[in-house]
Design a binder for this molecule. Sequence first.
Ligand code: CA
Ligand code: CA
Length: 278
Amino acid sequence: MAFALSISANFFGVRQMKSLGYWNKLIFLSLLVVATKAAATPFYLHDFQWDIGASVPGWSAGTIQSAPNPDYGGWRRFLGEFSNAGTTLSLSGLPSHDAVTLSFDLYLLRSWDGEASDYGRDQFGVRADSSLLFRESFSNGHPAGQSYCPGGVSPCSPMTGAVERYSLGYKFGYWDVDANKTAEEVMDAVYRLTFDFSHTADSLILTFFGEGLQGMTPDYLDESWGLDNVRVTLHTIPEPSVLALLLIALTFLWAARPGRIGETVIVSLTKPKTLPHR
Ligand SMILES: [Ca+2]
Ligand SMILES: [Ca+2]
């Protein structure tokens, strides 16, 4: 038995929308779907604008730091500073979900050497539970470049893909690295990273780590990193009923395409056809 659905192009006020044009309506609906995902409430969100030196619940290491340069909104604080050991964020009690979006700002401080064979490779990575999400080298100036080259060929120039360069105010001195350079100079970059991955468990451990870093001693601050604006958002694949509603909406838009206003449409799973409105 064929399933038939009859709708009118006048339904849902399509006459009021027709001035938008068919493709504009389709784009509008698509944007609505995307916006629904974008507007999802984060399960975890932290900007680390806390008191300097404070630890943050859920994180295995790191304390609140304040960058030497202020941000336009006040003093820029973040979680850091880390070397190779890094830190983990442990989340539990996650509601039902099918996928996760993780995003954060990565602060790379001082002399990251990227692909250099002498002082590198200097890499940053992320794991979700036991799965490796990301591991790339970064250069804050070393001409060997870096492997993180979004949309380009690796290796690429230092700081490729950074959203900020020399903005945080962290200085590096060439005390015993290069006798020709004695002055300190600002050397830092900020990257905005986002990862989408499948995940259904009710707990999640996110591991952030460094590799190949010289590290820091009290008298020699070489290269380190920090995290800011960490956001974890959970997503659920739409239920079949939601997909059915979307199918009806798309069918409605098809019916409302230019020249079809006022017609009645018969949708059949076995033999789709249209009938003129009478
Ligand atoms: Ca912050
Ligand atoms: Ca290094």
